[in-house]
Design a protein around this ligand. Structure first.
Ligand code: 13P
Ligand code: SF4
Length: 306
């Protein structure tokens, strides 16, 4: 029996023994996706974390996703196999900076991307993900919205509303998506002229404006499976191609940029997952007061995007 197969068997045994579940984001390594009970986008993972009856959640994603699961499930143990999986975008908006922006715009409501620190979420009126950003902004009461930290997602949210969206900070971005250039898209289209173009709303406006579809990671999987086309250019982190190829085996998928890799998402390995299950750590713990306030904003999002 190969070493990898032995490890997978041990992980499966530990999951059963401890009543644990593995939730994995769409950008995880292929082998991590393959041993997860559920693979999805940020919104789906938050929902799954709420639904599960398992006592332990092994969360294979970045810090803010695991924190969201912990905030929504104060009675469960949420474990992240590598604590270093920290989303750089979420580090671009600290609570103090948000407080300054709120003081400057006292009548604005605050919509924060789920890719934020729990302390910042605690100051938000509502959270959004890439799957519901346009819907959430439209559902807010105020005509002015402070929106952060991703200014590319703010551009996307602005497309379907006449509300005034103020990005905070001015130029928050995801390094992996921001580097996908219009020239990459043009070259990829020249190489595959029949392919439809699907991109994530964290991409720059020029890339969004030249795409056929803009969607969350799972949204892209759904679209590529449903539409009749056979070839797609994909503008997001390359990890999504594993799910696309698995779930739409007859179709062809090409990354617009092969260097669109999120190193933090790749930190979780089977080895680290086995250790995390054995030791039941590192646990993700959000202080009660912050969790209580952040939960309100996350639950408001879930309520709106039912
Ligand atoms: P999704 O919610 O679309 O999966 O996006 C999460 C993310 O971090 C994209 O970089
Ligand atoms: Fe954060 Fe970008 Fe990685 Fe998503 S892809 S987790 S936004 S750094």
């Amino acid at each position: 029996m190969g070493l990898m197969k032995e490890r997978i068997d041990r992980i499966e045994g530990l999951k059963r023994e401890k009543n644990a579940i593995i939730l994995a984001h769409n950008y995880q390594r292929a082998e991590v996706q393959d041993i997860a009970e559920f693979v999805g986008d940020s919104l789906e993972l938050a929902r799954k974390a709420m639904e599960t009856t398992s006592e332990i959640i092994i969360f294979c994603g970045v810090d803010f996703m695991a924190e969201t699961a912990a905030i929504l499930n104060p009675d469960k143990k949420v474990i992240i196999p590598d604590k270093g999986a920290i989303c750089p975008m979420a580090q671009q908006l600290f609570a103090d900076d948000l407080l300054v922006a709120k003081r400057e715009h006292p009548d604005a409501e605050v919509v924060l991307y789920v890719n934020t620190l729990a302390e910042s979420k605690a100051l938000a009126d509502c959270i959004c993900t890439s799957a519901n950003a346009q819907e959430i902004v439209k559902a807010m009461d105020a005509p002015t919205i402070l929106f952060g930290p991703d200014h590319n997602l703010a551009y996307y949210a602005q497309k379907t509303t006449s509300k005034k969206i103020i990005p905070v900070p001015e130029h928050g971005l995801c390094p992996s998506h921001h580097q996908i250039a219009l020239e990459d898209l043009i070259k990829a289209k020249e190489a595959h002229p029949e392919a439809k173009i699907g991109v994530h709303p964290e991409c720059i406006p020029d890339v969004q404006d030249n795409a056929d579809y803009i969607a969350s990671t799972s949204g892209m999987v759904r679209i590529c499976k449903e539409v009749e086309y056979a070839e797609f250019l994909i503008g997001t982190e390359v990890g999504l191609l594993h799910r696309l190829e698995k779930e739409a085996p007859g179709k062809k998928f090409y990354p617009i940029s092969t260097t669109a890799v999120c190193p933090q998402m790749k930190m979780h390995t089977l080895e680290k997952i086995e250790v995390a299950l054995e030791k039941e750590k590192p646990e993700v713990v959000v202080p009660d007061e912050i969790a209580r306030k952040a939960r309100r904003a996350i639950e408001r999002m879930i309520e709106i995007s039912k």
